[in-house]
Design a binder for this molecule. Structure first.
Ligand code: EPU
Length: 351
């Protein structure tokens, strides 16, 4: 196991921002994860686990501890003998998420086709309960294998034990930093139909098919990639709009009463997502635009994507502090106009 010193972290993140890791190690096996965690514990050094770096903002000072990059690879598939037609994919945490989606779609297994084109690794998906275009990984996760840093032992959790909610799990809330995900098992439906729940996706399908045959999983995945591309939410080399961490804020959930007041303050009805009875989820992007921050907004090297208001971007050589300053200005403006406090979505490291 090679522990490197002062490794720049910016290149391991999609934002391309941030200082170095005091120590850095890549783990290619569970044994190496155990050894790296022990190394940090012996030296009483904080440990941070890095996956694909697609949902992170690293501070300019970097991380004064050990950054462990999870490089475990491999994916196997087996039919669930108790549920014919259902496939269990056991996927190592370091596998690229989008390649796995591609494989599942190729195998004609349904459940993650709307999650095509999302950057990052498999290990990150249960942590923030990745979701898009009408699907969430919580619905297909069968089991999550983790290394418990506190107890120094491996453990496996069922989906119910993961505490999933919108962009949330026990791994990023109550048990933050306690577990290192090493493997995720997904239950997918062989020969299943695609999920067409998201209005924008449904509309695009309707236009494409014009009343024809039901779309295949591959068609839906391709369409999702196209929509993500049009929003700068697909990683494309040289595209400054995707030098981001995806959505920088969560979509706030408010009461019907608050939604009504927001409509008053904006003098128009906000678009809304369904939520629990009595509540509405509002698009943060819309609130931000109403508060005076349009697409393409620039503040020094930090900015807002020219294709999606919810993505803060590094316009080139941005410092983390510039991104955070822009984020606080946006939060303050939304709070002032609507009384809604936006929650930051990506993980902040070293602040
Ligand atoms: N909107 C604007 N301006 C924009 C973009 C969107 O006003 O520039 C408004 C529109 O009314 C639009 C609505 O926001 O109809 C929703 O936009 P979109 O469909 O792009 O979804 P989102 O709420 O902005 C969420 C997720 C994304 C996910 C998409 C699709 C969160 C925080 N973000 O974005 O996830 O890809 O839905 O399901 O829940 C991420 O988490 O990093 C992420 C990219």
């Amino acid at each position: 196991m090679l522990i490197e010193e002062n490794q720049p972290l910016a290149r391991f993140t999609t934002f391309g921002v941030g200082g170095p890791a005091r120590w850095f190690v890549q783990a290619a096996s569970e044994d190496e994860i155990v050894a790296a965690a022990a190394w940090a514990q012996e030296r009483k050094v904080p440990l941070f686990v890095l996956g694909g770096g697609s949902n992170l903002l690293v501070s300019d000072a970097g991380f004064d501890g050990l950054v462990l990059r999870v490089g475990l690879r491999g994916a196997v598939r087996a039919e669930d003998s108790d549920h014919p037609g259902q496939m269990i994919y056991r996927v190592a945490a370091g596998e690229d998420w989008d390649s796995f989606v591609e494989r599942a779609v190729r195998d004609r297994c349904a459940g993650i086709e709307c999650l095509a084109g999302i950057p990052g690794t498999v290990g990150g998906t249960p942590v923030q309960n990745v979701g898009a275009y009408g699907q969430e990984v919580a619905a297909v996760i069968e089991r999550v294998r983790v290394f418990d840093v506190k107890e120094q032992a491996f453990e496996e959790f069922s989906a119910a034990e993961c505490g999933f909610a919108y962009r949330r799990s026990r791994f990023n809330s109550t048990d933050r930093r306690r577990f290192i995900v090493t493997r995720v098992d997904y239950r997918l439906a062989a020969g299943g139909a695609p999920t067409l729940r998201y209005a924008e996706l449904q509309r695009a399908i309707d236009t494409m098919q014009a009343g024809g045959a039901a779309p295949s999983l591959a068609e839906v995945a391709a369409l999702v990639r196209r929509i993500r591309m049009s929003k700068g939410m697909l990683l494309v080399e040289g595209d400054p709009d995707c030098r981001s961490a995806g959505s920088f804020f969560k979509n706030p959930v408010v009461t019907e009463e608050e939604a009504w007041q927001i409509a008053g303050a904006a003098a128009k009805e906000p678009p809304r997502y369904p939520a629990e009875p009595g509540y509405v989820k509002l698009p943060a992007a819309w609130l931000i635009e109403q508060a005076g921050f349009p697409k393409g907004f620039a503040m020094g090297a930090a900015g807002i994507s020219s294709r999606h208001t919810l993505a803060l971007i590094n316009r080139g050589g941005a410092k983390a502090i510039e991104i955070l300053t822009l984020a606080s200005e946006i939060r303050a403006a939304v709070e002032k106009l609507f009384g809604v406090s936006l929650e930051v979505e990506p993980v902040l490291v070293g602040f």
